[in-house]
Design a protein around this ligand. Structure first.
Ligand SMILES: NC(=O)c1ccc[n+]([C@@H]2O[C@H](COP(=O)([O-])OP(=O)(O)OC[C@H]3O[C@@H](n4cnc5c(N)ncnc54)[C@H](O)[C@@H]3O)[C@@H](O)[C@H]2O)c1
Length: 318
């Protein structure tokens, strides 16, 4: 890899969260890592085991410009801090505008001022909206996001392209499918396990049960982010997902089975059009031809990622 993630000074915004803490874990052995997080989604439970001389943690809010005033130049910034709760948008779209748009522009302004030149940005499959091409390639357009979350990620991508053009930044924009695995604090697996712990006889399933989406394990997600950025290509977008999809009923069945539960009654709660919630894309399958053509290969399939993540999540929920 021409771009080495070794002996570098790296900022991870949102580093206390699910994907962020896994990213920090993979970087910490050979780099100096600073986490910037306001701990709104999770406390420091995933960072505590990583404490050491290579990790600095700053509590701060990316929506406030003053948060960045004391920070110095970084070799690389993984910008993962966001409102990650897609469901929240329909009741309060401004959370996506503030955290995901203003927050991202604040990060880019900090990069401009500090002459930090490399950014990895966590975008999402939701930028595409409901597409008539599945698997959906990066070239698909125009975007028609159906959530303020998806709209805010599309805007964030746009600012990264603009700042790259104006100021010579280099950005890797990652459009994640559904990421699952260790340290997850949200998403379908986490949700089902929590509900079944409370009521082992009934499971509320958001949507009409026909949703099918691609899942990627967080280890594959972090590795592919590093791999892509390591190729040293100019600013560009990359779908990170899987070759197949997994249905919501498969996930429900496997969670019940792994929890040793039989005869669980599934109660479907469909939103408009059978969606799980307003803004839910029922069929989401990203084409990963671009990243595979660059030499990347997922370790786990979508179904495997789900299976492993159920085991991992069960271990952490008491
Ligand atoms: N998990 C997925 O399946 C998925 C899919 C697509 C995109 N993404 C994106 O990947 C990134 C990481 O997602 P995640 O699943 O780890 O979510 P997460 O909620 O676990 O992590 C986000 C982190 O950002 C922090 N944060 C939120 N608002 C902040 C603010 N104003 N200032 C500073 N920190 C703030 C939270 O405290 C949290 O630690 C997000 O940008 C998310 O939108 C995730």
């Amino acid at each position: 890899m021409p771009f080495s993630f070794k002996d570098r000074n790296i900022l991870v915004t949102g580093g206390a969260g699910f994907i962020g803490s896994n990213m920090v874990k993979s970087l910490i052995a050979e780099n100096m890592v600073t986490v910037l997080d306001n701990f709104s989604a999770v406390d420091d439970r995933f960072l505590k085991p990583l404490a050491g001389k290579n990790l600095k943690v700053i509590k701060g809010d990316i929506t406030k410009q003053e948060t960045f005033r004391k920070l110095q130049q970084f070799d690389m910034i993984f910008h993962l801090a966001a409102n990650s709760d897609v469901k929240h948008g329909s009741s309060d779209p401004m959370i996506d505008v503030n955290t995901n748009d203003t927050g991202t522009v604040n990060v880019l302004e900090f990069m401009r001022r500090s002459d930090s030149r490399e950014i990895g940005f966590s975008s999402s499959s939701t930028v595409y909206g409901e597409t008539d091409v599945l698997p959906t390639p990066e070239t698909y357009g125009p975007y028609r996001p159906i959530s303020s979350y998806g709209a805010s990620k599309a805007a964030g991508e746009g600012y990264i392209f603009a700042y790259s053009h104006y100021y010579g930044l280099r950005g890797s924009i990652y459009r994640f499918a559904n990421v699952v695995g260790t340290n997850s604090t949200h998403g379908v697996i986490f949700d089902f396990i929590h509900k079944l712990k409370k009521d082992p006889k009934n499971l509320e399933i958001l949507g009409d049960g026909t949703q099918r989406k691609s899942y990627i394990h967080v280890d594959d997600c972090v590795n592919s982010m590093l791999y892509i950025h390591g190729l040293n290509r100019p600013t560009d977008v990359y779908n990170l997902g899987n070759t197949g999809t997994t249905g919501v009923l498969f996930i429900a069945d496997r969670v019940c089975q792994k929890m040793g539960l039989k005869g669980v009654r599934y109660n479907f709660v469909p939103s408009k059009g059978g969606r799980g919630w307003p803004g839910d894309v029922k069929l989401a399958h990203l084409s990963i031809d671009k990243i595979t053509s660059l030499g990347w290969k997922n370790r786990y399939s979508s179904d495997q990622a789900v299976e492993i993540s159920i085991d991992e999540t069960l271990k952490t929920i008491t």
